[in-house]
Design a protein around this ligand. Structure first.
Ligand SMILES: *Cc1c(COP(=O)(O)O)cnc(C)c1O
Length: 454
C-alpha cells in the first residue's frame, strides 16, 4: 500500500528557523518612522517589542537557533503531519501528485502557535508581564492566549467586534486560557474611543484592533505588543513548517513543482514556502503561489507602497503591497485573510516575480473546501480553503495538459469553529461581491502624502 502520511520523529524537528532575508537579491526597504519619515532604529520599537524580537526583525543571519524551551513547547504538537491527498487526486482524476502540510493539529487548530510560543518566550525572558494583541476571527488571539498561559504571562486581546459578536467560541477558548478579551473598537484605549467617534456603529476591523493593542502596550511599562503575521520575526518563526515539509517530501521521495499557500498577512505561506524558495534562489525550478480572497486582494490589486500597519496610523511605515490602511474589506468568512497589507518579505518576493499571486471568490473557495472534506476527511478553515482551491486548479491544469505535477499546499488550520460559514454555504447563502476599482482607488489615494517606496 502506498503511504499517505509522512510523520517525523521529535528528534527530526528543525532546531533553527530559516531567515530568507539572508538570501534576498536586495535588502528590504527600511521601516520608516511615521513622524520623521526616517528609518527607525531598535529604540523606536523598544516600547512595544522585546529586544530579542527586534533583533530578529532586522537580522540578516541565515539561521536563528530555536531556544530549548520553545522546542519543548513545540513538541506538544510538532512535528505536524504531511499527507499525500490520494483520495482527492482520485476524485479529480488528475495525474498530479498532491501533498498537504497540516497545521490544524496544534492546540488552537492553526499554524499561529508556532510564533505565539516564541513571542511569549522572549517577552517573558525580558521581564514582560502582559501581552496585548488584536484578533480578527480569533485564531491569533487563541494562539497567543495559549502561549501566554504556558509562559505565565497575562494576555489582553482586542477582538474585531463583528467576530466578537458572531463567534463566541473562540472568545471562550481565549478566556479558558485566562485572557481578557475586549470587543474592538472598545472604550479601553484612546485609539478605540477615537475610532468610535470617527466611525460610529462600526463592526471594527483588524487595522482598528491593531491600533488599540499597540496603544495599550505603548501606555504600560510592563506590557508589550504581539503581532500574529506580517513582520519578519513572525515569518521567521513559521519556517519550522517548510523545513519539516522538506524532510517529509524527501521521505516521500518527491519534491514539489509548485508550493501553494493562502495569504492574510503572509505568515503560513512564508512558513511553508520560504525554505523551498531558498532552493529556488539557488537555481532549482519551483513555482510558489500565494492565494488571497477576491474581497481583500492585497497582492493582486493593491499597490507596493509605504503604508501604516493599522488604521489609526500608530505603527511605523512598512514598504509592502497594500490596499491602504483605511480599506475595510467585506465581512467574508475567511476572517483571517481580511488584512489591508501583506508582509514586506512576501511583498518583495512577489515584486521580484519569485512568487505568483492569485485571488478567488468565496463560493469557489467553499466548493473546494467541501470537495476536500469529502475526499480527505478534514474540514478546513475557510482561510486554508483558498490554498485548496488553487491546488485543485493546479491539479486540473495538470490533467488538461496530461502532465505529471507535484503540488504541495499548506493546510493552515481546521474549520471546526467556522461551521456557521459552512452552513451558509450549504444553504446557498454565500455570495461573491465584486469589488469595484473605485472602492480600491479611494483608500489608496490616502497614501499619496506618505514617503514613496523606491
Ligand atoms: C490567521 C490565519 C491565516 C492567515 O494568516 P497568515 O499570516 O497569512 O498565515 C490563514 N489560515 C489560518 C487557519 C489562520 O488562522
Amino acid at each position: 500500500m502506498e503511504r499517505i502520511k509522512f510523520n517525523l520523529s521529535e528528534r527530526e524537528m528543525p532546531k533553527r528557523w530559516y531567515n530568507i532575508a539572508a538570501d534576498l537579491p536586495e535588502p528590504l526597504l527600511p521601516v520608516l518612522h511615521p513622524g520623521t519619515g526616517k528609518p527607525i532604529g531598535p529604540d523606536d520599537l523598544a516600547p512595544i517589542f522585546p529586544m530579542a524580537l527586534i533583533e530578529q526583525e532586522v537580522t540578516r543571519e541565515r539561521y536563528v537557533a530555536i531556544p530549548e524551551e520553545v522546542l519543548e513547547a513545540y513538541a506538544l504538537w510538532r512535528p505536524t503531519p504531511l499527507y499525500r491527498a490520494r483520495r482527492l487526486e482520485e476524485a479529480l482524476g488528475t495525474p498530479a501528485r498532491i501533498y498537504y502540510k497540516y497545521e490544524g493539529t496544534s492546540p488552537t487548530g492553526s499554524h499561529k502557535p508556532n510564533t505565539a510560543i516564541a513571542q511569549a518566550y522572549y517577552n517573558r525572558r525580558e521581564g514582560v508581564t502582559r501581552l496585548a494583541t488584536e484578533t480578527g476571527a480569533g485564531q491569533w488571539g487563541s494562539a497567543l492566549s495559549f502561549a501566554c498561559n504556558l509562559f505565565g504571562l497575562e494576555c489582553t486581546v482586542y477582538m474585531v467586534k463583528a467576530s466578537y459578536e458572531q463567534k463566541p467560541y473562540r472568545r471562550i477558548m481565549m478566556e479558558v486560557w485566562g485572557a481578557k478579551v475586549h470587543a474592538s473598537p472598545s472604550r479601553e484605549t484612546i485609539a478605540g474611543r477615537s475610532m468610535l467617534e470617527r466611525y460610529p456603529g462600526t463592526s471594527g476591523s483588524l487595522g482598528i484592533a491593531i491600533s488599540e493593542a499597540v496603544c495599550d502596550a505603548a501606555s504600560s511599562g510592563t506590557t508589550k505588543y504581539a503581532l500574529g503575521s506580517v513582520l519578519n520575526h513572525v515569518l521567521l518563526h513559521q519556517t519550522v513548517i517548510g523545513q519539516e515539509a522538506q524532510r517529509q517530501m524527501a521521505a516521500a521521495g518527491d519534491y514539489p513543482d509548485v508550493v501553494v499557500g493562502c495569504v492574510g498577512g503572509g505568515s503560513n505561506f512564508a512558513g511553508l514556502a520560504f525554505p523551498f524558495l531558498k532552493d529556488k534562489l539557488e537555481g532549482r525550478a519551483l513555482r510558489a503561489v500565494a492565494v488571497e480572497p477576491a474581497a481583500c486582494p492585497t497582492l493582486t490589486r493593491g499597490t507596493f507602497a509605504y503604508d501604516f500597519g493599522d488604521t489609526a496610523e500608530l505603527t511605523p511605515l512598512l514598504a509592502m503591497f497594500t490596499l491602504g490602511h483605511t480599506f475595510i474589506p467585506e465581512a467574508i468568512h475567511a476572517g483571517g485573510l481580511r488584512y489591508h497589507g501583506a508582509s514586506p518579505l512576501l511583498s518583495e518576493l512577489v515584486r521580484k516575480g519569485l512568487v505568483e499571486a492569485k485571488a478567488y471568490g468565496q463560493t469557489e473557495v467553499f466548493a473546494a473546501a467541501v470537495a476536500f472534506a469529502k475526499s480527505e476527511g478534514i474540514l478546513p478553515a475557510p482561510e486554508s480553503a483558498h490554498a485548496i482551491r488553487a491546488a485543485i486548479d493546479e491539479a486540473n491544469e495538470a490533467k488538461m495538459r496530461g502532465e505529471a505535477r507535484t503540488i504541495l499546499f499548506g493546510l493552515s488550520g481546521h474549520g471546526h469553529f467556522d461551521l456557521a460559514a459552512y452552513e451558509e454555504y450549504l444553504r446557498g447563502r454565500i455570495s461573491d461581491c465584486a469589488l469595484s476599482d473605485e472602492a480600491i482607488a479611494r483608500p489608496l489615494g490616502e497614501l499619496k502624502n506618505l514617503p514613496k517606496a523606491g
